[in-house]
Design a protein around this ligand. Structure first.
Ligand code: MN
Length: 405
């Protein structure tokens, strides 16, 4: 079952063997080479800025155009696919990062995640009072974003063990993943110009999967008072294919319905359109394979399954809030959702929540127990949209293996 039927057409960047770097479009097990297509003159009905962007070595120039350009290109690609397009077998391609990511912001948009994590650290007061008003986020580190498949080195850092009165320095003993969705900024906004929520999605080019690897012991010791720092910045993995907002159009859903008694969002974070279709009905899954499972040729073990539509805050609200102080977003910037968790126990998006900070370990099919990740563990994220009467489209996979110490 492919994630990439013709209704999807996600963009990525790849190298075909020893050949030059091209932008590509995934179609089932093949890639349409957009550089070759542009150079062959097959895009000559399109504006010169679109043709130039298609021949580039990253998606930034294409992202910098407008939704009208993106729609026109997609329509032309659909036409081309009924002819004899230049296709490369996906198995011959080496995938490269889709964009030069200038800035990376990670939000905290799942109220279930925020409540579960809060209850571990502050049992009496799990959800801080600002949560229902402010889309909480922190500025992540763009330089350590890596592509799916890159090995993850266990970071060293400062942490204070339970009962200890001074911190220790050494390899983290609480390495975790976070199941997240990422949004690539397209056109962007000028410094000083806030983006109104009504047009916020015009600034979004498309989506990928994000694994925000986290060292919980380092994070717990350092996070007050200024938030996450070295417990997060050692690595973040993204998937190689960027699924456009246009492809996701049929899978939009009403925004998470705030329970009775919750405050309404402030006006700059509210619009009728956002309430009716601000969410995306996208199933998200996490699988683990330990070194022992691989040695015994065992199938991956599913740790959780959730849905992006359970987020308390939408991507439009994230963009409107991020720019509300005049902060400029630029083409290729990445906004991540924060860990996606739902109400049910099966939909908790990280080990911190699943094992309740190690108190309740997960048993793998080998009998191995996991409080947090061990060296050799491979984590794979998947995301896909599925609705009756519609084709399934997906984001592909986002994998990383903890390097052997
Ligand atoms: Mn995160």
């Amino acid at each position: 079952m492919t994630d990439f039927p013709i209704q999807n057409l996600p963009y990525g960047v790849f190298r075909n063997g020893d050949g030059p770097v091209s932008i590509g479009i995934a179609i089932e097990d093949f890639i349409l080479d957009l550089r070759v297509t542009a150079t062959a003159g097959s895009l000559k009905s399109l504006p010169p800025e679109t043709r130039r962007a298609c021949a580039a070595e990253s998606l930034n120039a294409l992202m910098a155009l407008t939704p009208a350009h993106w729609r026109e290109l997609r329509a032309r690609i659909v036409d081309l696919l009924s002819g004899e397009p230049y296709l490369v077998p996906m198995k011959d391609a080496v995938m490269l990062p889709p964009a030069v990511i200038g800035d990376y912001t990670d939000f905290y948009a799942s109220i279930f995640h925020a409540t579960n994590v809060g209850s571990l650290f502050r049992p009496d007061n799990p959800l801080l009072p600002n949560y229902k008003y402010v889309p909480i986020g922190y500025h992540g580190r763009a330089s350590s974003i890596v592509l799916s498949g890159a090995a993850i080195r266990r970071p060293a850092g400062q942490a204070q063990d339970p009962g200890a009165t001074t911190p220790r320095f050494g390899p983290t003993r609480a390495l975790d993943y976070e199941l997240e969705a990422g949004f690539f900024i397209g056109t962007g906004n000028a410094l000083g110009e806030a983006v109104p929520i009504e047009s916020a999605e015009d600034q979004v080019f498309g989506m990928c999967l994000v694994n925000d690897w986290s060292a919980r012991d380092i994070q717990a010791w350092e996070y007050q008072p200024l938030g996450p720092f070295l417990g997060k910045s050692f690595a973040t993995t993204i998937s190689p294919w960027v699924v456009t907002m246009e492809a996701l159009e049929l899978y939009r859903a009403p925004l998470y319905q705030r329970p009775e008694g919750d405050p309404a969002p402030l006006p700059y974070l509210d619009s009728a359109r956002n309430r009716v279709r601000g969410a995306i009905d996208l199933t998200l899954e996490v699988e683990i394979t330990s070194a022992q499972m691989r040695a015994r040729d065992m199938a991956p073990f599913r740790l959780s399954r959730g849905n992006l539509k359970d987020l308390y805050w939408s991507v439009a609200q994230m963009v409107a809030h991020h720019t509300s102080n005049g902060c400029n977003l630029r083409p290729g910037d990445l906004l991540a959702s924060g860990t996606v968790s739902g109400l049910s126990a099966e939909s908790r998006g990280c080990l911190l929540e699943i094992t309740r900070r190690g108190a309740d370990p997960v048993a793998l099919p080998t009998g191995e127990l996991r409080k947090f990740l061990e060296d050799g563990d491979e984590i794979t994220l998947r995301g896909y949209c599925e609705r009756a009467g519609l084709p399934r489209i997906g984001l592909g996979t986002c994998s990383g293996t903890i390097a052997l110490g």
